[in-house]
Structure formats: structure tokens, C-alpha cells
Design a protein around this ligand. Structure first.
Ligand SMILES: [Zn+2]
Length: 420
């Protein structure tokens, strides 16, 4: 009974907050200053394209974002932010001052791309498409953010709290969200950031309010090695790892909450006629639920230990035993900003006001970090494009589409900065 009542009250609160958000967003997008900002974005389009090309052509693999970071720092400075700086992790950022002491909102786009050093990142143009590795993810968001900052300035838009704009490092793969983690857990603004928007992903009807957690390991099996013929019968890291993989492949995980596992890379050994001295595999596990992620992780650790023990019992350990090193190489926390939270409601209201039907999604983005810390956070799209993480990645640079993408980002920032 009490439960039902609570549920009913929550429902009322949620729909009141949706209405509230819709009203606020209407006020924002129909204001004279918002129209001025839109006009500015239209006039600024060529610069957006130019800066997108400049940034795309500066390679920025995860852990090697310095050059692009330095260029972006200068662009943030040119956009007239204050306190422009690079933090100890390599994030570049600046502040747009609020009018009063409202809560600080952080807005991020990531500097790094998935493409390794040496990738040809020269931009080519085909009709309304710019094509190059990394042009979209997340370089288009970096460029979009600059236009939005300038538009706010040109339209004299004010917010109650400070806005912190960040080009952050380490979003992709083994970067393991290191930029967002540093910003929120160690950086100078860690206690001031009260809400968080990451601009990442393409389509703007999807609002990521759930963080898909993942754990990643590099697992290395080691043994004494030896001649394949002369030392036959000694324990082998290859058999230990093969057994571990077989056991791992048979783990049962729930379909809801969605939980997955994968062996993505294997390697090791030196020659066909040697018992290897080491073998390794890269393992990835994900779940929408922190509990299920913990469970599959524990089961994985258990089967690895069992496989090692079985190998040490199955063959001779006269020259040494099989040992295993399980090294954590990725740890992305999971959780969700409730759909009833003002930030999520505001983003949905913006989406509706531009004619989209908003959906709430679960993703693996920089927003995972604040979400796991209880800070309201979402990831919103940067606009039209495709083939993210592929060499023929492209961005649609049709002016109207980019202007609208900028408007959506701006309206979401303004609604979020407006409070709750
Ligand atoms: Zn991205």
C-alpha cells in the first residue's frame, strides 16, 4: 500500500517536472536572445566547417591527445572563455562565468579518437559530407561546442551558474574515461560540478541517461616453457588459457539486465615447436547492472583460477607451475540518472521542441563517471553523420542540420543551467 502510494506520488512528480521542463524550454527557445544565437550559428557555419577540418587533421589517439589538446585550448581562448587551462590529466577547459552563484554545469566533448598513430586523417569532401577517421566521433562535437560558446557570447546569453567547457582526454577504449574521472574525482572543479552533459554520439533524439558498466582485463598465463618434443608433458600456458576460455564461454548471464562477455584478443608463444612461456587474452564484460557486472566478474576470476589449477594437476610441474596475472585495464562504472531528474526531463523537452521523439538510452560514455557518483549526467548527440570508428567516418555539413544541432545543444545547456 505504502509502496503504491509512493509510486503514485513519484508519477505525479515526474509528470509535473516534465511539464515544468517543457515550459522552461519553450521560454528559452522562443526568447529573442535564442533567436540571435541561432542567427549567429548560421553566420558562423563556415567557421564551424573550417575548425572541424583543422581539428580532425590533428591526430589524437587515446593517450596521445596533447597536440590536439593544445590547439583546442587556443580555440577555447579565442572563444573568450576565462580560466582557460590544461589540467594534469591533459583535459583542456575554460569557464563561462554565470551571473550569480548558481550550480556549475560541465559540458564535455572528447579529444581522443580510436584511430592509432599513423592513420591518414586527411579530410576529403564529397557533396555535403566531410570524410575522415574521427571526423564525427567526437571531433564534430568539439567544433560544435566552439560555435555554441561564440553564439552565447554574440547573443549575450546569461546563465545563473558557471559553465565549464571541456575538451577531455581518454574517452575511447583503454583511455577508460580517464579524463572525466580526473575532472570529477581529482580536478580543481571536482566539488563544484553539480550537473554534467557530454556531447557524443550522433542522433539527437537519443538521450543517454544510463551508464553501461564494463570491466576489462589483460590475463597472462605463464609457465616454464620447453621443447615441444623433448619437454613434452610439462604444463602449458596454452592449455590453461584454452581451458579458461572454454569455461568462460559457458557462463550463464541474464538477458535482462543485459549482461555480456567477450574474449577480444589472444596472443603469445614464440614458435610452433616450443611449449609457450606465456599466453594472453583481452577480456571485456559489460552489464547494465552493477550487481550483475560484479557477478560475472567474480565468475570469470573463478574459472581462470580453476583452469590454472587443473593444468597444474594435468601435467608435470617439474620445471615450474603455471601462474596467472589478471590485470584490470578498464573499469567503467554503471548506473543511471533517473528519467524523472530535471536534467533528463529538460533534455527530453528540448528534443520534443525540435520535433524529435526522445528516447532514453544506456551507453558507455564519459557520463558513466558522474552517474556512478550520483551527479545528474547525460550524453546528447552532436548531429548528423555516420560510420563512427570506421576509416570512412563522415559528418553531414549541411548548414541547416549543423545549425539545428547547435541549437539543440545550446537549448539543452540553457535548460540544464536554469536549475531544477
Ligand atoms: Zn565518442
Amino acid at each position: 500500500m505504502i509502496r503504491l502510494l509512493v509510486a503514485a506520488l513519484l508519477f505525479v512528480a515526474a509528470s509535473a517536472s516534465a511539464q515544468n521542463a517543457d515550459q522552461r524550454v519553450q521560454t528559452i527557445v522562443s526568447s529573442a536572445s535564442f533567436r540571435d544565437a541561432k542567427a549567429f550559428l548560421e553566420a558562423d557555419h563556415d567557421r564551424f566547417v573550417k575548425e572541424l577540418i583543422t581539428l580532425t587533421e590533428i591526430p589524437a589517439p587515446s593517450f596521445k591527445e596533447q597536440k590536439r589538446g593544445a590547439a583546442y585550448l587556443e580555440m577555447l581562448r579565442a572563444a573568450k572563455l576565462t580560466d582557460v587551462e590544461t589540467d594534469a590529466e591533459g583535459n583542456v577547459m575554460g569557464i563561462r562565468k554565470g551571473t550569480s552563484n548558481g550550480p556549475m554545469l560541465a559540458v564535455l566533448a572528447h579529444l581522443d579518437t580510436v584511430f592509432p598513430e599513423g592513420t591518414n586523417v586527411t579530410v576529403t569532401r564529397s557533396g555535403n559530407r566531410l570524410i575522415a577517421p574521427g571526423a564525427g566521433d567526437d571531433t564534430a562535437a568539439l567544433a560544435l561546442m566552439l560555435g555554441v560558446i561564440r553564439a552565447m557570447d554574440a547573443a549575450k546569453v546569461q546563465t545563473p551558474g558557471d559553465l565549464l567547457f571541456v575538451g577531455n582526454v581518454g574517452e575511447e577504449g583503454e583511455g577508460d574515461l580517464r579524463g572525466a574521472k580526473y575532472l570529477l574525482q581529482k580536478g580543481k572543479y571536482k566539488d563544484r560540478i553539480k550537473s554534467f552533459i557530454s556531447i557524443d554520439g550522433g542522433a539527437q533524439d537519443g538521450i543517454v541517461n544510463g551508464g553501461l558498466g564494463s570491466r576489462r582485463y589483460r590475463v597472462t598465463f605463464k609457465g616454464p616453457g620447453g621443447h615441444s618434443y623433448g619437454a613434452f608433458g610439462l604444463v602449458s600456458p596454452a592449455y590453461a588459457m584454452g581451458n579458461a576460455m572454454t569455461k568462460f564461454s559457458k557462463l550463464q548471464v541474464p538477458a535482462r539486465p543485459r549482461t555480456t562477455f567477450n574474449v577480444g584478443v589472444v596472443g603469445g608463444g614464440t614458435s610452433v615447436n616450443s611449449i609457450p612461456i606465456d599466453m594472453y587474452m583481452l577480456v571485456d564484460m559489460r552489464s547494465e547492472s552493477p550487481d550483475e557486472l560484479k557477478k560475472v566478474d567474480e565468475a570469470f576470476q573463478r574459472v581462470v583460477r580453476e583452469a590454472v589449477d587443473e593444468e597444474n594437476r594435468a601435467r608435470s610441474t617439474a620445471e615450474g607451475k603455471i601462474a596467472v596475472e589478471v590485470k584490470l585495464i578498464g573499469d567503467r562504472p554503471s548506473g543511471a540518472t533517473p528519467t524523472s531528474a530535471y536534467l533528463v526531463q529538460a533534455a527530453a523537452a528540448v528534443s520534443r521542441s525540435f520535433g524529435f521523439t526522445p528516447t532514453f538510452e544506456i551507453g558507455s560514455t564519459d557520463a558513466n563517471v558522474p552517474i556512478s557518483m550520483g551527479i545528474p549526467a547525460i550524453t546528447i548527440g552532436r548531429g548528423a553523420g555516420g560510420r563512427s570508428h570506421a576509416p570512412d567516418e563522415w559528418v553531414d555539413i549541411t548548414a541547416e542540420k549543423n545549425v539545428q544541432a547547435g541549437e539543440v545543444v545550446l537549448a539543452t545547456i540553457l535548460a540544464a543551467a536554469d536549475g531544477r
